[in-house]
Every structure is written in structure tokens, then in C-alpha cells.
Ligand binder design. Structure first.
Ligand code: I3S
Length: 112
């Protein structure tokens, strides 16, 4: 579970709107869900697990988002189409794990 806000879409700046999101790193994509899968009641059907959005990490840029927020532990992701968002966790260990995982995927995609 991470805090997330989009800050640009197609290169156009957006006003921040922080919210929490269940984030899954799946293959070359980051997939965002409103709620964790375990909180979806069984029998609710597949619609309950539909992602809210996803981004392709190929060619994406990853940086520390320190200068973009007053919050601690912020990552800044910019994708090829010019979508930018911030991911934040109050838990530094979790933040480091996300930083490492995203960096590794983005680097691997660069070498492909
Ligand atoms: O980069 P900013 O403009 O200081 O970001 C803050 C604002 O988005 C603020 O909302 P208002 O636009 O209604 O002032 C948010 O409530 C803050 O959380 C944003 O700053 P942080 O430092 O939390 O990213």
C-alpha cells in the first residue's frame, strides 16, 4: 500500500491529489488498485479486482522525489508518454524496497 499522486499527464502539470493505492509491480508494468486484493469480498466477481490504472515502465525515469514534496520517502516516476507521479511510504524499509525493485526493472528494460 503506497501513497500516490499524479503530477503530470502528457507533460502537462497537474495539481497534486494524494491518495492511497495498492501497487503491484507486474512484469514491465506498475499496476494500481484501489484496495488490496484481500479486502475484496469473495463472490464479488472479477470487477472487484480490476486495476484502476497501470503504467508501462519501459523507458521510464526514476528519481528521488525529495524536491517535489514535503513528505518523507518519495519516489518520482516519469513514463515515456510524459505521465509523472509520486509514490510515497512512511515506512523507509518499504520505500527502499520499492526504490530498488523499480530501479532494477527500469534498468533491465534499458538493456533489452
Ligand atoms: O507541491 P505542493 O503544491 O506544495 O503540494 C501540496 C498541495 O498539493 C496540497 O494541496 P493544495 O493544492 O490544496 O494546497 C496538498 O495537500 C499537499 O499534500 C501537497 O504537498 P506535499 O508536500 O504533501 O506533497
Amino acid at each position: 500500500m503506497l501513497n500516490k499522486t499524479k503530477i503530470a499527464e502528457g507533460g502537462r502539470k497537474l495539481r497534486k491529489n494524494w491518495g492511497s493505492s495498492w501497487v503491484v509491480l507486474a512484469g514491465n508494468s506498475l499496476v494500481f488498485y484501489k484496495v488490496p486484493p484481500a479486502s475484496i469480498p469473495t463472490g464479488w466477481g472479477p470487477a472487484g479486482s480490476r486495476p484502476e490504472s497501470s503504467v508501462d515502465l519501459r523507458g521510464a525515469a526514476l528519481a528521488h522525489g525529495k524536491h517535489l514534496s514535503s513528505r518523507p520517502n518519495v519516489l518520482h516516476v516519469r513514463t515515456v508518454p510524459g505521465h509523472e507521479f509520486l509514490l510515497q511510504s512512511d515506512d523507509e524499509t518499504e520505500f527502499r524496497a520499492w526504490h530498488r525493485a523499480l530501479r532494477d526493472v527500469i534498468n533491465r528494460l534499458e538493456r533489452e
